[in-house]
Write a protein that binds this ligand. Structure first.
Ligand code: GDD
Ligand code: MG
Length: 333
């Protein structure tokens, strides 16, 4: 089976991290997000992935020079302009000449969903498209879905206003699609699958959805990206990954608690790191404290950072204290 992974977005809500690394190539517990996504698809029998690329395609070509990720072959569909989600699906599916049932995944989702169960559900219901649903407390940042008892979607509202729906079931970003979906996606034209194609299918009774309570997170916001990392090292998920990369340089007197440390990081004597992610190459000097933060840059001696996101060029001067009022609200970005 083949899958299209949407990885062409701008990653706006994860800036400054995504100024240098596209969202889907950011590491989560020292393995790229894309590798996590593809490994999960491979378990469901996916043997070829088409990467729907737009913004910053080059790092993907460099990251997988032999065109293989997690044992799955990759093809690269590079859009001439940002095509939005449906345009990207159409462009990638036509590029790879997909003419059988296929899977589409948002490239920023980590989930323990059994994708083959979603494919079975799709086939049993004879759907044109089937969505995976999950339940969240605040659906305003997602596509909210209302279904009937037979799994037929009655309504799909992307990023609803508070009064628009009482449903807490949201589009979890994994779809099983028939090639006939391309009838709804014009050639070479930006189009949103959430705002246009899904509502059109709803009107025809051709959109189905299957809900699960599997682990699920959209890593595209700083607080979620941090949680997704920590969930993989602290036993919150069924598997536990190592938190400290082999090539990190850590002083013996540094104290690291519930944190991920990437390759090439340097952590000085007496530094204290907790509930944080240090991306490859980050530097934390002697006596500095890093709490609940994501760091690519350089934290100076005895500086303190709390709830901060520091990009690759970010330098925190020695002895200074930085506390974000709160991790930025994605809705304001
Ligand atoms: N190739 C390509 N081209 N990919 C794109 C483009 C584009 O023009 N625009 C966005 N993408 C990719 C992003 O890189 C991401 O992997 C995926 O499409 C979804 O975009 P996001 O920007 O992450 O959307 P979202 O998180 O606000 O909402 C989406 O995901 C939610 C679940 O997390 C929607 O699908 C919601 O309905 C859904 O609930
Ligand atoms: Mg997202």
């Amino acid at each position: 089976m083949r899958a299209v992974i949407l990885v062409g977005g701008f990653g706006t809500r994860l800036r400054p991290l995504t100024f240098t690394i596209p969202k889907s190539l950011l590491p989560v517990a020292n393995v790229s997000l894309l590798e996590h996504v593809i490994a999960a698809l491979s378990m469901a029998g996916v043997t070829e992935v088409v990467l729907a690329l737009g913004f910053k395609p080059e790092p993907f070509l460099t990251a997988f020079p032999d065109g293989v990720c997690a044992g799955v072959s990759l093809r690269y569909a590079v859009e001439p302009q940002p095509m939005d989600t449906a345009g990207a699906i159409g462009f990638a599916a036509r590029f790879a000449q997909i003419n059988e049932t296929f899977i589409v995944v948002n490239g920023d989702i980590l989930t323990d969903l059994d994708v083959s169960a979603l494919v079975d559900f799709h086939r049993q219901h004879g759907a044109v498209a089937t969505l995976h649903l999950t339940s969240v407390d605040d659906p305003s940042q997602y596509g909210v879905v209302e279904t009937n008892d037979h799994g037929v979607v009655q309504r799909f509202v992307e990023k609803p206003q508070p009064h628009e729906t009482t449903s807490r079931a949201v589009n979890a970003g994994t779809y099983v699609l028939e090639p006939s979906i391309l009838d709804y996606i014009p050639l070479d034209q930006p189009l949103s699958v959430e705002r246009v194609v899904f509502p059109t299918l709803v009107a025809k009774g051709a959109l189905y959805a299957m809900s699960t309570d599997d682990y699920w997170i959209d890593t595209g916001r700083p607080e979620n990206y941090l949680s997704a990392n920590l969930d993989l090292i602290d036993g919150s998920r069924s598997r536990i990954l190592a938190s400290i990369a082999a090539q990190a340089h850590i002083a013996g007197t540094a104290v690291i608690t519930r944190s991920v440390v990437g390759d090439g990081c340097r952590i000085g004597a007496g530094a204290i790191i907790s509930n944080s992610v240090l991306l490859p190459g980050a530097v934390v000097d002697d006596g500095a404290r890093v709490e609940a933060s994501i760091v690519m840059g350089h934290i100076g001696e005895r500086a303190t950072v709390t709830d901060c996101v520091i990009g690759v060029d970010g330098r925190v001067d020695f002895g200074t204290t930085h506390v974000a009022e709160k991790i930025p609200d994605p809705a304001t970005l």
